[in-house]
Design a protein around this ligand. Structure first.
Ligand SMILES: Nc1nc2c(ncn2[C@@H]2O[C@H](COP(=O)(O)OP(=O)(O)OP(=O)(O)O)[C@@H](O)[C@H]2O)c(=O)[nH]1
Ligand SMILES: [Mg+2]
Length: 234
């Protein structure tokens, strides 16, 4: 098997839907999942590149493995559940530090999943008593609840990440481009998320290739002070 050219890692608290998102994209379905143990990856060919996409475990006891999975990552997708504000806070508190092992030009995307469970106040959904569709939801589907996390909260986290990584907003994709709301259940924005990232990752991979392997010090070209032509204090 050819070594992957790039690596994308999914991080986030347990139950936010990392495995479901990846399966929705790769297998075009929304199967029942079991909580991930360790990690697993898919290979995706995008143009002439092979990209590995790593699903990780959100459970606390596997936390230590996260930085290993992030090693050399070209992009990290940080996932939270739009119905659980704590899962967004965890991204900053518990997961961001794991990305210290990622590539220096690593890209970041922030994803609010399970948006299908959010009760949006659309005009046609308003009941005569002025309340929304209620916990029974529209069309008798899963119970919906008012939105818990605003898109601006995700954009604020994106900017914090840029600060943490000491990146200038001018040199990286804008928050609007890198913050998504998805539903692994309905497929909403799932292709957009992965394919936007693939398109952004490709130039990073080709830039890394052009630069070649990391520079090493060539000790044969090092001159001891005795060999150096004296410049000043001889
Ligand atoms: N309604 C709804 N449920 C979802 C969605 N995505 C995932 N789920 C459900 O949420 C639960 C957890 O999903 P997983 O994909 O296993 O979550 P995970 O982030 O991989 O969890 P860990 O492997 O424990 O870290 C499952 O019951 C999924 O069916 C979504 O977009 N909408
Ligand atoms: Mg999982």
């Amino acid at each position: 098997m050819r070594k992957p050219d790039g690596k994308i890692v999914l991080l986030g608290d347990m139950n936010v839907g990392k495995t479901s998102l990846l399966q929705r994209y790769m297998e075009r379905r929304f199967p029942d999942t079991v909580s991930t143990v360790g990690g697993a990856f898919y290979l995706k060919q995008w143009r002439s590149y092979n990209i590995s996409i790593w699903d990780t475990a959100g459970r606390e006891q596997f936390h230590g493995l996260g930085s290993m999975y992030c090693r050399g990552a070209t992009a990290v997708i940080l996932i939270y559940d739009v119905n659980h504000p704590q899962s967004l806070l965890e991204l900053e508190d518990r997961f961001l530090g794991l990305t210290d092992t990622a590539s220096t030009d690593c890209l970041f995307a922030i994803v609010g999943n399970k948006v299908d469970l959010v009760e949006e106040p659309a005009a046609e959904d308003q009941r005569k008593d002025g309340r929304g569709p209620g916990v029974a939801g529209r069309g008798g589907g899963a119970p919906k609840a008012p939105r818990q996390v605003q898109p601006e909260d995700a954009a604020a986290l994106y900017r914090k990440i840029l600060k943490y990584k000491m990146l200038d907003e001018k040199d990286v994709p804008a928050a609007e481009q890198m913050c998504f709301e998805t539903s692994a259940k309905t497929g909403h924005n799932v292709d957009l998320l992965f394919e936007t990232l693939f398109d952004l990752v490709v130039p990073v991979i080709s830039r890394q290739r052009a630069q070649g392997p990391p520079q090493t010090v060539d000790i044969t070209s090092y001159k001891t002070p005795g060999q150096t032509p004296s410049g000043c204090c001889a």
